[in-house]
Design a protein around this ligand. Structure first.
Ligand code: NAP
Ligand code: G4F
Length: 330
């Protein structure tokens, strides 16, 4: 029998890359998919249809983080060796509009899984998708030792999940880890996140399909890495003999303005002629500057990034230029 993994959030950016990685390693992969009136699986349809996985190593199950009994039943039935908990209401801006919902899903959703593991005695290894957003206003560089200063409902919910993960590890001996991931992007990034929005707009403007790109805070700085490299770090965390928490980051920081200039340069346009400030994309409070110190991951996981923001902008813009309709499944 090979290793069995359960991925919550398998239809998202990271879930899709992680599913590819685990299938390539011979895992049997189960994915939690919430009910939707329209298809939510375009990022993983190529895996479901791929003849190489038709031997039945990818299985999708309906379920929602708000439904604890369903989660408990699935854990009992599937008996996964590894659980990658990636599902969340992951949009920081939306969390200001929907703080209660974000707390229920991004915060309590984690507790529902941990509690199901504790009650059933399931000896699985658990990965929690923690976030650099938890550092909030804490000045960079941020490491595992940096105190959290969350400045959004999303960040507060992630801090709660972070501590619940640690609590279940320390109180009940669960193998449970936090990956404190800094921003990571790809052509599969959701269209509302700033990198994808910019790459998409640059390509559309170059093709004459759009005139103006409207953005909020251009001064915010982020440590942007490449998502396929980050899911490798998730997997490595669960292969360690002892559970621990790790920052995953590139150690470099660029502003939103920089990312705009990289994408527009790629399509040969002067961004200042096409970008306008729009108040509606500002947040009640924003995180000014994230730069991760991933020394511990480098030392203990032998993990290092190879793609940095300038190349990432090229990858994402090129993907939009090549095939804008099919871009989410790359
Ligand atoms: P994403 O693309 O937004 O994917 C989120 C996933 O969660 C989707 O599969 C979504 O399903 C699912 N989901 C949302 N609400 C759910 C619910 N109530 N029940 C079940 N599933 C639900 O996010 P991502 O970028 O892949 O990130 C993965 C995780 O890492 C998230 O927890 C995020 O907060 C965290 N994180 C991301 C980054 C980053 O830069 N990407 C950095 C740090 C931490 P639908 O497809 O149906 O919407
Ligand atoms: O792309 P963003 O929406 O990502 P944000 O808020 O950093 O959150 C992402 O990374 C976190 C890790 O630190 C994850 F935990 C989280 O789930 C998510 O994946 O915004 C990046 C920056 C912000 O400062 C925002 O104010 O870009 C600024 N920005 C400026 N104009 C904009 C826009 N963001 C968006 N989404 N849309 C704009 O028009």
């Amino acid at each position: 029998m090979g290793t069995t993994a359960l991925i919550t959030g398998i239809t998202g950016q990271d879930g899709s890359y992680l599913a590819e990685l685990l299938l390539s390693k011979g895992y049997t992969v189960h994915g939690l998919v919430r009910r939707s009136s329209s298809q939510s699986t375009p990022r993983i349809d190529h895996l479901v249809q791929d003849p190489h996985v038709e031997d039945g190593r990818l299985f999708l199950h309906s379920g929602d983080l708000n439904d604890g009994s369903r989660l408990a039943m699935l854990l009992e039935r599937l008996q996964p060796d590894e659980i990658y908990h990636l599902a969340a209401q992951s949009d920081v801006r939306v969390s200001f509009d929907e703080p209660e919902y974000t707390g229920a899903v991004t915060g309590l959703g984690t507790t529902r899984i941990l509690e199901a593991m504790r009650i059933s005695g399931l000896p699985a290894r658990f990965y929690q998708a923690s976030s650099s957003e938890m550092f909030g206003a804490a000045p960079p560089p941020q490491s595992e030792e940096t105190p959290f200063r969350p400045s959004s409902p999303y960040a507060a919910a992630k801090v709660y999940s972070y501590w619940m993960t640690r609590n279940y590890r320390e109180a009940y001996g669960l193998y449970a880890v936090n990956g404190i991931m800094f921003n990571h992007e790809s052509p599969r990034r959701g269209e509302a996140f700033v990198t994808r929005k910019i790459a998409r707009a640059a390509s559309r403007i170059a093709r004459g399909e759009q005139a103006i790109l409207r953005l909020g805070n251009l001064e915010a700085r982020r440590d942007w890495g490449y998502a396929p490299e980050y899911v490798e770090a998730m997997w490595r965390m669960l292969q360690r003999a002892k559970p621990d928490d790790y920052v995953v980051a590139t150690g470099t920081s660029y502003s939103v303005r920089d990312f705009v200039s990289f994408c527009f340069e790629r399509v040969g346009l002067d961004w200042e002629r096409h970008v306008r400030f729009d108040e509606q994309y500002m947040r009640p409070s924003d995180v000014p500057d994230l730069v991760g110190d991933a020394s511990k991951a480098k030392l203990e996981l032998a993990w290092e990034p190879t793609v940095f923001a300038p190349e990432l902008a090229q990858i994402m813009t090129d993907a939009e230029l090549e095939d804008p309709a099919a871009v989410t499944v790359r």
